[in-house]
Design a protein. Structure first.
Length: 249
């Protein structure tokens, strides 16, 4: 019987923000490693995939921060593979607190690429193996495609050149860095005062060493609840969309 990945954790100081809340990027880093470790357990980890020149890449994610853990909080992180549809492979995550409440819930969609051609491929063995799949949803719907509302006019707020510290073992900017750039693009007056409630990311194209990413922001003031602040952050390389992030505070 396939088991879920499970890890007990204590929120560290370097994983916490100015308000002692767990950084969104800290959760994403932990989730990324959980996915890596559980993929190893399922027999589709980095080393096995590398033999056939394949690699996992994150395509979309959706995270709900129900109540963000604080510095020194003891929590449990669980993750599992939910199955596949076409080229997409689905994985959920949940962080629970000491009372057993779901503090953070997330669903992700992954792709498999050929390392040399950088084109999409399939891992048929995993896609067709129901025994390695746990049909349990933290979030039932798939991480959605992000669509800018009609009339949106994102404005450039800065740019970032991809450097050594941005890259991961796949030779491109790590998925967590995009969210870090997005949070920094919104402004300290928002991120330091308002807790993040929901996070959506679509990864549309690789960003590689030396690429200059133009960062654009637009706030949606017409949709959402009365006390919500909704932002879209778009990253472009050479005028083409590399990623889009939607954040609800």
């Amino acid at each position: 019987m396939i088991e879920k990945y499970s890890q007990d954790l204590e929120v560290a100081c370097y994983e916490s923000d100015i308000n002692s809340r767990m950084l969104p990027t800290a959760f994403l880093n932990l989730a990324q490693e959980a996915a890596n470790q559980h993929a190893n357990y399922l027999g589709v980890g980095y080393d096995v995939m590398h033999i056939t020149r394949k690699a996992w890449v994150l395509s979309r994610l959706y995270v709900r921060f129900n109540h963000t853990p604080q510095w020194r909080d003891k929590v449990n992180l669980q993750s599992w593979h939910k199955g596949a549809n076409g080229y997409l492979y689905f994985r959920d995550f949940v962080v629970t607190d000491n009372a057993g409440r779901a503090a953070i819930e997330a669903t992700t969609s992954w792709l498999v690429i050929d390392i040399d051609s950088r084109r999409l491929t399939k891992y048929t063995e995993l896609a067709e193996d129901e025994e390695r799949c746990i049909s349990e949803n933290v979030i039932a719907e798939q991480a959605p495609k992000i669509v800018l509302p009609s009339g949106a006019e994102p404005q450039q707020v800065g740019s970032h050149i991809a450097r050594y510290s941005d890259l991961d073992m796949n030779g491109h900017v790590n998925n967590v860095n995009y969210v870090e750039w997005a949070l920094d693009s919104i402004g300290f007056d928002i991120t330091s005062k308002l807790p993040l409630k929901e996070l959506f990311v679509n990864y549309n194209a690789e960003v590689k060493l030396g690429d200059e990413v133009v960062l654009k922001v637009w706030e949606d003031i017409e949709n959402g609840a009365a006390e919500e602040r909704i932002f879209y952050v778009i990253g472009e390389v050479g005028g083409k969309n590399s990623f889009i992030v939607k954040l609800i505070f």
